[in-house]
Design a protein around this ligand. Structure first.
Ligand code: HEM
Length: 135
């Protein structure tokens, strides 16, 4: 059951991430075009889904149960960095920031993808080490 949920929320995570990438990259790559009536709502929902699916994935992956304790602590620090960046740049909280952070969105997306991919391999490596020590 957990693996089905983990699969579903990973798919939701990837789809919301893809939508946010479109939001960030389209103005740089495509000629200006009128925004459809739902564009801003779609991107707001994508930001919310990225956070929701990310939090659910974090719980389902149960790092404390599956990774070495020191590695799990580092994995969580990186997770909080990701969460903070997303909350500040891709949710309505971004409106509270004093200056326009549009320019920060492209490097932020790159950072998030780099961190996320590292998190996966780091977690899997740590889980393998923990499992082999337990044998
Ligand atoms: C725009 C925002 C985000 C982007 C671009 C992004 C990107 C990604 C990508 C590409 C992966 C897959 C990594 C892989 O399987 O190799 C991933 C996984 C993950 N993301 Fe995100 N993410 C975002 C937001 C968030 C947020 C807000 C959270 C949490 C609060 C989060 C938590 C996670 C977790 C826990 C995983 C699984 C990591 C693992 O397998 O160890 N993400 N993310």
């Amino acid at each position: 059951m957990v693996s089905v949920l983990a699969y579903v929320f990973r798919v939701v995570h990837m789809l919301s991430m893809a939508l946010l990438l479109v939001e960030v990259l389209a103005p740089l790559l495509l000629p200006p075009r009128p925004q459809g009536p739902f564009s801003s709502k779609v991107f707001a929902v994508a930001g919310a889904l990225a956070v929701l699916s990310g939090v659910i994935n974090s719980v389902l992956l149960a790092p404390s149960k599956n990774m070495l304790a020191r590695d799990a602590a580092l994995w969580k620090v990186v997770l909080y960095v990701k969460l903070g960046v997303v909350l500040l740049l891709f949710t309505p909280l971004s409106k509270l920031l004093p200056r326009d952070l549009e320019a920060a969105k492209v490097p932020a997306m790159l950072l998030l993808v780099l961190l996320a991919s590292w998190m996966r391999f780091f977690r899997e490596g740590s889980a393998r080490t923990r499992a082999s020590k337990a044998r």
